[in-house]
Ligand binder design. Structure first.
Ligand code: FAD
Length: 425
């Protein structure tokens, strides 16, 4: 395992935690918050600075907004200036279908917070609940005991010996390139067949705008109102087309795509300052990874990735953070098995319906039906989430036993072994 030595800005306060979480954005910070609220001693570590941005657009779907409301964070996001979105419009070629978002007291509409806002609010909530949140610290490796059960993490800093911190469970919330998934050699249970590229930038927007999703044969675009009176404007194409058309410059190719989708959308994008930076994601096929094993679990993109075209990654991260927290708090092998079964079921549905859109093999006539299939899954997801109790410790247990894979693994061995990959001492 190759690690990046970086300067150690902070060190953990304890030598042992109930749970250590690698990555502290929507999946990691949410998991940390829920476990800390239930009384566990939690450490979450992220190599990026507190409140920093990341490669992601911002459209939250109903399940994510519901989760944020259930966790008492929706109000904070609205107070941070995140605009409320009350309509969503699908543009199939020249045809427009506008859908008002039925408001209720718990879900007044949708929101698309910048990640600098959303991730910071989740980190603050985790810290307030008692979790220790360290930023600008990179986890370089995991270590395991002689039976292969993960026992903790290693933090390395230039010119200093590695610091080992142990935990009952290590959670990888460390995104697509997950170090935790690599260290434990998490099996890929399924790979998606397609990928799409997304190129986005920001332009001023008038208050009250809704989501707009644009489609023409072989290309797509989005208009996502976010914080600071800006809209995130995205051009989406199959990765193959991106490689051909965006090779010589993102700005010109993106405007050409937006122009082809809708001259009005291209005109909105042209309101951005001339030197505004664009962000580009070339695309990665979706995957579903084995999400747990002895002493470890994966949540968010570390365990399940689907193309961003359906704007469901953050919803998946928040949903799985809560269900994983429930399994950790229960601590039994059966609870982890149930968690995986439920995660696999919804993840397979989301991956199927997302790939059906991200594959760009549709016509404008059948795309509406594919969107309706995706929407039906969201509806069922919202209903299931609304009925869930908040994660809590089992009444009788003072501390969860946290995933004992087999009865003979109950006693921790006297000595910790080197990391499982054996790549470094
Ligand atoms: C172009 C694009 C657009 C998207 N648009 C949307 C959208 O509109 N709506 C939506 O819902 N989803 C969207 N998504 C998906 C969404 O961004 C992800 O699903 C979401 O970010 C997953 O959150 P996460 O917490 O699992 O991982 P991440 O957000 O990737 O966070 C992982 C964190 O782990 C940290 N980390 C990694 N390795 C280490 C280490 N060794 N030590 C310490 N820290 C480490 C990283 O610094 C990072 O901060 C989009 C994705 C992309 C790429």
């Amino acid at each position: 395992m190759v690690s990046n030595p970086i300067s150690l800005m902070a060190t953990p306060r304890r030598g042992h935690y109930d749970a250590i979480i690698v990555g502290a954005r929507c999946a990691g910070a949410a998991t940390a918050m829920l476990l800390a609220r239930a009384g566990l001693k939690v450490l979450a570590i992220d190599r990026k600075p507190y409140g920093s941005d990341t490669l992601s657009t911002h459209a939250l779907m109903r399940p994510a907004v519901l989760q944020l409301w259930r966790w008492g964070l929706l109000e904070r996001l609205l107070k941070a200036g995140t605009p409320l979105i009350e309509t969503t419009t699908f543009h199939y070629g020249d045809e427009e279908i506008t859908i008002p978002l039925a408001a209720s007291s718990d879900l007044p509409g949708l929101i698309a917070p910048r990640r600098t806002v959303l991730d910071r609010i989740l980190v603050d909530a985790a810290r307030k609940a008692g979790a220790e949140m360290l930023h600008e610290v990179a986890v370089g490796d995991l270590f395991a005991d002689t039976r292969g059960r993960v026992r903790g993490i290693e933090i390395r800093a230039a010119g200093r010996t590695a610091v080992r911190v142990s935990a009952d469970i290590v959670v990888g919330a460390d995104g697509i390139g997950s170090l935790v998934a690599k260290c434990v050699d998490a099996q890929t249970l399924r790979r998606g067949a397609v990928s799409a590229a997304h190129v986005y930038g920001y332009a001023p927007v008038e208050p009250g705008a809704g989501y707009h999703w644009y489609f023409r044969d072989g290309i797509a675009g989005s208009f996502i109102p976010t914080n600071d009176s800006l809209a995130c404007i995205v051009a989406s194409v199959p990765t193959g087309l991106f490689d051909q058309r965006f090779r010589l410059g993102h700005a010109r190719a993106r405007i050409d795509m937006l122009e082809a989708l809708s001259p009005a959308l291209a005109a909105q994008a042209a309101r951005a300052p001339k030197d505004a930076r664009l962000q580009a994601f070339r695309g990665v096929p979706g995957y579903i990874r084995q999400p747990h094993g002895p002493g470890w679990a994966l949540v968010g993109d570390a365990g399940f990735f689907r193309d961003p075209i359906t704007s469901h990654g953050i919803s998946d991260a928040l949903r799985d953070a809560e269900s994983l927290a429930r399994a950790i708090l229960n601590g039994s092998e059966a609870a982890f098995a149930v968690w995986q079964q439920q995660r696999d079921m919804i993840a397979n549905q989301i991956l199927d319906t997302t790939d059906a859109i991200a594959g760009f093999d549709w016509t404008l006539d059948d795309l509406g039906e594919r969107h309706r299939r995706f929407s039906a899954i969201l509806k069922a997801e919202v209903q299931a989430l609304a009925g869930q109790p908040m994660p809590a410790r089992r009444a009788a247990a003072s501390k969860p036993s946290t995933y004992r894979a087999a009865a003979n693994q109950d006693k921790p061995p006297a000595e910790l072994s080197r990391n499982r990959t054996g790549a470094r001492p």
